[in-house]
Design a protein around this ligand. Structure first.
Ligand code: NAG
Length: 160
């Protein structure tokens, strides 16, 4: 009987050790392999910009979103209105902050002018959001508004 007690205590100690190893490994891995959303000069904060991500390199401890508000450059859209073009990738926080400061003068967010803003953040996939019109337009919010528009339409159609 006493021997069985001892072995169960031993098992418990082993479990705790493995738990510690696991916790440490998880911690190290998450510190090493941060991810950011990536896209290149894409119109609007959807599709690739919120669905594609990449593993950052060791020295890249931050994510960025570059928002450029301008006329489309493609010739077939030449008569279109200004819209938001997004570029996202990994970076280092230091570089991102200094680039962002250098760009500050162009970051006026006037609807009648071209502007560009660089947003930096640190954390796993933290560049999901991008401030488009001075407020945060989440794709989720847009889905919700589409859904409510859809149900209103249904309601309207079937009450006729
Ligand atoms: C992101 O940056 C890396 C280099 O840091 C580059 O090779 C890659 O093409 C960039 N991704 C996009 C989608 O621009």
């Amino acid at each position: 009987m006493p021997s069985m007690k001892a072995s169960s205590r031993g098992g418990c100690r082993i479990a705790t050790t493995w738990l510690r190893v696991f916790a440490l490994a998880t911690c190290l891995l998450s510190a090493q392999a941060m991810e950011c959303y990536v896209c290149n000069n894409q119109e609007g904060n959807d599709d690739k910009c919120i669905k594609t991500s990449r593993q950052c390199q060791q020295h890249e401890n931050a994510c960025y979103s570059l928002i450029e508000y301008r006329l489309p450059t493609q010739y077939w859209q030449q008569n279109g209105d200004r819209s938001h073009f997004l570029t996202k990738n990994c970076t280092s926080l230091e570089k991102c902050r200094s680039d962002s400061d250098n760009m500050a003068i162009q970051c006026n967010r006037e609807w009648y002018n071209d502007w560009r803003c660089l947003e930096c953040c640190s954390g796993e996939l933290c560049n999901f959001y991008a401030t488009l019109d001075g407020y945060r337009m989440s794709p989720g919010l847009r889905t919700v508004s589409l859904l409510s528009a859809g149900s209103l339409w249904l309601l309207f159609t079937f009450s006729m």
